[in-house]
Ligand binder design. Sequence first.
Ligand code: GRF
Length: 187
Amino acid sequence: MVKRKACVFISGTGTNLLSIIKNSRDYNFPANINLVITNNKNAGGINLAKKFSIPYKIIEKSKREFEKLAIKELRERKIELLCLAGFMRILTKSFIRNFKGRIINIHPSLLPKYKGLNTFERVLKKGDNITGCTVHLVNEKLDGGKAIVIKRVDVKKTDNIKKLKKKVQIEEYKAYQIAIRKIFSFN
Ligand code: GRF
């Protein structure tokens, strides 16, 4: 199978990145991770890129400069799908327009509920008994694009932020790889 070219943008630990890389090693997975880009030189995920010999770029610049350099990299490497995985920066409208329909993100809530930050804290405070994660297309609105995969998680009375995050992240790893498979089966 000819694999499609994907890039992952990260800002932190990169556990979703690790899961995507592992899935991409499967012969039947439709994409390879050909590039990792981060806006944070201390992002743990950089070590994963090194470990798996994936080209990576650290771009610690203003938003404008970051996007300019990132677009150059994405074009040069003919990247077809951009996966945001713990990328803590809001992309500009013009960047999103450049890659319309080809950027996906994972968010730790059942969108449209709890857009933005501190989702677990807000779910617990509200007393919801169900939460989860959503992989969605990125459009010009924060956490606003069409959902591709949703995974639900029960919230127990004994859950705290740490426990809930752990449970949701396990589902995130499943959701992300299903979403990438889905994206390429549409095309
Ligand atoms: C994930 O929980 C994701 O939902 C959120 O940021 C977190 C990133 O974690 N957008 P990691 O860097 O993939 O471990």
